[in-house]
Ligand binder design. Structure first.
Ligand code: FAD
Length: 341
């Protein structure tokens, strides 16, 4: 069989990292990315990009931990290289605080992040409304720079990228041997996945260079995540809300909540409001299937539904998707050599 032609649909963090893993594991493949939007117009551009896992109730914990660990290790290596500033990858230390002690005092990812420990009474004095806290150092991706860095690496590996809205994955069967679906919330319409729903998130990106530590309320609703150039203030989690229009009363509410944690934010400047739809599901859809019409077959690999934690696990799920693409290639090679006999 000639070099397998693979189409990756989607150019958010999942599509770009999946395409990169495919080029790494199958250098003979010809990989093309087709996407309705590229950076800076994807959900991935809106994200804070903090590596703090979100829990997927439908996925075994050891699998989630593996995805997180692979992602952390990959980004930590970038952080320890001269590429770090261009890729937007940096270490950030801070606190996750709780009004009451959580059931799980040690989250499953506590030995992956650096220096995880329970906060001291002295540290908790900064948060008079909270009784328990965890201090640790993790990684953060500044999202648009990281997406551009991935795109640059893909172009250097010969990956083609085209702006194109795909109405039906089947339409790609004449041009490609394998299709990889990384359409994020777009998969709701693209493959009619009723289990996929949006969780709307509104955030503020502000200029406040004096804020160096992250602060996250344990309920995940209020957070302050300093990046290299801007601080992300959040947030909201609105299930089944498809609106991408910023809401001004929500902006004020987020700002007030964040200022109650970090009063110096009153002096923040150049406030920009962003909205994104988290592609949410009980579990990430990471699956291989074979579509068939009139005797023609099309192997399809799905990798979408990362909800609130796509950055935290992207490299782990991309590696698994690339492994599934490898299985598709082996099956195609098996059937083409049988056909020759
Ligand atoms: P997207 O970035 O939405 O990419 C989907 C791509 O598919 C786009 O390029 C789109 O144009 C394309 N597409 C869709 N349909 C079609 C079609 N029919 N044809 C062609 N192309 C199509 N995660 C973390 O880990 N840490 C965080 O701190 C964090 N903060 C967040 C804050 C907010 C406010 C939000 C909204 C999300 C946050 N997330 C965070 C979650 C993270 O953003 C998502 O999990 C991740 O971006 C999902 O990536 P994706 O590539 O699947 O989706």
């Amino acid at each position: 069989m000639a070099a397998p032609k693979v189409a990756v649909v989607g150019a958010g963090v999942i599509g770009l990292s999946t395409a990169l893993c495919i080029t790494e594991t199958c250098p003979s493949c010809s990989v093309t990315i087709l996407s309705e939007q590229f950076s800076p117009n994807t959900t991935s551009d809106v994200a804070a990009g903090m590596l703090i896992p979100h829990t997927y109730p439908g996925t075994p914990t050891h699998v989630q931990k593996q995805w997180f660990k692979e992602t952390f290790t990959y980004l930590f290596a970038i952080n320890n290289s001269p590429e770090a500033p261009e890729a937007g990858i940096h270490l950030v230390s801070g606190w996750q605080v709780f009004k009451n002690t959580p059931k799980e005092e040690l989250p499953f990812w506590s030995d992956v992040v650096l220096g995880f420990r329970t906060m001291s009474e002295a540290e908790l004095q900064k948060f008079p409304q909270h009784r328990f806290g965890q201090a640790f150092t993790t990684l953060k991706c500044d999202c648009p720079p990281y997406l551009l860095w991935l795109e640059k690496r893909l172009k250097a590996s010969g990956v083609q990228m085209y702006t194109r809205k795909v109405a039906d994955l089947w339409e790609l069967h004449r041009e490609y041997h394998i299709v990889v679906n990384c359409a994020g919330i777009g998969a709701h319409q693209l493959v009619g996945d009723e289990k996929l729903f949006p969780v709307r998130g509104q955030v503020l990106k502000v200029h406040a260079p004096w804020v160096k530590n992250f602060i996250r309320d344990g309920d995940g609703l209020t957070y302050i995540y300093p990046g290299i150039h801007r601080v992300t203030l959040g947030g909201t989690r609105e299930k089944e809300n498809w609106s991408l229009t910023p809401d001004s009363s929500t902006t004020k509410d987020i700002f007030d909540r964040c200022c109650s944690f970090e009063p110096s934010l009153q002096g923040a400047q150049d406030i920009k409001v962003k909205v994104g739809l988290r592609p949410s599901r009980q579990c990430v859809r990471l699956q291989r299937e074979v579509w068939s019409q009139g005797g023609v077959k099309l192997p399809v690999v799905h990798n979408y539904g990362h909800g609130a934690g796509g950055f935290s696990v992207h490299r782990g799920t991309a590696k698994e998707a690339a492994r599934l693409v490898g299985e598709c290639i082996a099956a195609l090679q098996g059937s083409s050599s049988k056909a020759k006999l």
